[in-house]
Design a protein around this ligand. Structure first.
Ligand code: IPM
Ligand code: MN
Length: 359
């Protein structure tokens, strides 16, 4: 297969983990005889620094013309504590999602047995937890009508975000949820706040209407506050969860931390144009340049990318290599066992590349 990949390394640890992601992508391509062509493009804080735009038109073109985007992370502390900054690196990510029509964000929450001890939850609660959060990605408060803080007629400062959803937006993401549920344990949980929010009542109405089309899937409905609680009390309850943009943002951070390491979880965003594969963690500026960032989420994002193109064996060898690296204690510091040898981002990546070559 010929694949054109747009490489958006972004900020912070992004370039370091991307280097390993690309090396793994290459190793797999060689092994299975695929031709991969990479094109790098600017995104995030360094795109603001260089061209004044966190998602420049040129980057959009590179993404549009690619078969897939491999994305690392964006963000820089110089913007975090400046609420009046006019352009922010995160806007680059949001622009990319909107312009590529990436309405479905697939975030698997998978536990690795050998890392269960790193979870803040008790072993018996977290071991074996395995679910997918399907987050709606181009609607809701993120993209609804906004007003930045400003004084109103009474001289009181006010601001506004609108949680706007249309029926087609809700319906298409629910159907993605059902498709995933059908391939898994056939259990879909629709997460909303229908007891309070009108937008959530639309979600629930649409879900109740289409649920009968999927009689093989058990559908249940859960308020988001309850879901947040259930995720730590009984994460194994969930198989596929589908929810709106903001709830999904919050719940997937919770999901990632119960597995023991945020550095291990990949994600895929799909929609009407080029799909994007990226780790769920951020740019971790404090770790930049230190060769300590965990490259596994980026590497597993490459596995998701291959699997998206139905290249199952390619995805499987990456997953096998990642499991083997963990078993061999070839791990970055945050998940290394006590007394274990020191491995950095580069060394973990190189070990995985070697494993793929030799297995
Ligand atoms: C995520 C991130 C983004 C989001 C930020 C960086 C804009 O937290 O992908 O979850 O809020 O969607
Ligand atoms: Mn988030």
């Amino acid at each position: 297969m010929n694949l054109k990949i747009a490489v958006l390394a972004g900020d912070g640890i992004g370039p370091e983990i991307m280097e390993q992601g690309v090396a793994v992508m290459d190793a797999v391509a060689k092994k299975f005889g695929h031709e991969v062509e990479y094109k790098e493009a600017l995104c995030g804080a360094h795109a603001i620094d260089e061209v004044g735009d966190p998602f420049p038109e040129e980057t959009f073109k590179v993404c549009e013309e690619a078969d897939a985007v491999l994305f690392a992370s964006v963000g820089d502390p110089k913007f975090d504590n400046n609420p009046s900054a006019k352009v922010r690196p995160e806007q680059g990510l949001l622009a990319m999602r909107k312009k590529l029509g990436l309405f479905a964000n697939i975030r698997p929450v998978t536990t690795f047995d050998c890392l269960v001890h790193k979870s803040p939850l008790k072993d018996e609660i977290v071991r074996g937890a395995d679910f997918i959060c399907i987050r709606e990605l181009t609607g809701g408060m993120y993209f609804g009508k906004k007003q930045e803080p400003q004084l109103n007629a009474e001289g009181v400062e006010e601001a506004l975000d609108t949680n706007y959803y249309t029926r087609p937006e809700v319906e298409r993401i629910l159907r993605v949820g059902y498709q995933y549920a059908r391939q898994r344990r056939k259990h879909l949980t629709v997460v909303d706040k229908a007891n309070v929010l009108a937008s959530s009542r639309l979600w629930r109405k649409v879900a109740q209407e289409i649920a009968p089309e999927y009689p093989d899937v058990e559908t249940d409905y859960m308020y988001v506050d309850n879901a947040a609680m259930r995720m730590i009390q009984e994460p194994k309850f969930f198989d596929v969860m589908v929810t709106e943009n903001t709830f999904g943002d919050i719940l997937t951070d919770e999901g990632s931390c119960i597995t023991g390491s945020m550095g291990l979880l990949p994600s895929a965003s799909t929609g009407s144009s080029t799909p994007v594969f990226e780790p769920i963690h951020g740019s971790w500026p404090q770790g930049k340049g230190l060769n300590i960032a965990n490259p596994l989420a980026q590497i597993l994002s490459v596995a998701m990318l291959y699997e998206y193109f139905d290249l199952k064996e390619e995805g499987a060898i990456i997953r096998k290599a990642v499991d083997a690296s963990l078993d061999a204690n070839v791990r970055t510091p945050e998940i290394q066992v006590e007394g274990g040898e020191k491995y950095g981002t580069k060394e973990v990546g190189a070990w995985i590349v070697d494993f793929i070559k030799n297995n």
